[in-house]
Ligand binder design. Structure first.
Ligand SMILES: [Ca+2]
Ligand SMILES: [Ca+2]
Length: 197
């Protein structure tokens, strides 16, 4: 019984370390491994646990990382500094789910990904073509995606482009196209409205 208990404990330890090792390997490409050594006829004992484990640097950030002023990750939290509002989302296996931005006192914004999320997609809001700025071209591309699919100018957005285009977080609609258009007006225009985080 005592032996069984230690076996279960060792198995639990290896499982938790194994998961950590896989996560570290995925993020850093560093070699991360563990080794089980079989011992004796009565069963398998985990006599040796060899591993190269490093502390996790945090979730991986993809997308507009080169287009925003500053991106930092710590664990599941991605903190962004940028003049234009940004958006972060993660893929849940079927679709992208937006993460609510939290304003920090130093002018940065933080996005906290759920525990099991390993990758966060970052976008500048409204920047459909991903060049770091929001222009008429982005607005036009969003408009084209909203046409009837039979329209000759119809051009669908990719899932990643839709994350950037959906500025209010309820799917890409005319309201997003309008919000982008309003943000492009002169600031002195009565209908001008900046996009928000
Ligand atoms: Ca753009
Ligand atoms: Ca929307």
């Amino acid at each position: 019984m005592k032996k069984l208990m230690s076996l279960l404990l060792a198995a639990a330890m290896i499982m938790s370390l194994g998961v950590t090792a896989l996560a570290v390997g995925a993020q850093t490409n560093a070699p991360a491994y563990y080794e089980l050594i079989e011992d004796g006829e009565e069963g398998v004992e985990f006599d040796h646990l060899l591993g190269a484990l490093e502390p996790s640097a945090g979730v991986k950030v993809s997308g507009a990382t080169e287009k925003v002023e500053n991106v930092e990750t710590e664990g599941q939290i991605v903190t962004v500094k940028n003049e234009l509002p940004c958006k972060a989302a993660y893929f849940d296996g079927e679709k992208y789910v937006a993460i609510t931005a939290t304003a920090n006192s130093d002018g940065t914004y933080s996005f906290e990904a759920p525990e099991d999320v390993t990758e966060v997609l970052l976008a500048v809001k409204g920047d459909k073509d991903g060049n770091g700025t929001v222009t008429m071209l982005d607005q036009l591309a969003v408009a084209k995606s909203l046409l009837l699919t039979t329209h000759p100018a119809y051009a669908p957005l990719t899932a990643e482009e839709a994350v950037a285009a959906d500025v209010d977080g309820n799917g890409v609609t005319m309201a997003d196209m309008l919000a982008i258009a309003k943000s492009l007006l002169l600031t002195s225009h009565p209908a001008y409205k900046a996009l928000a985080w």
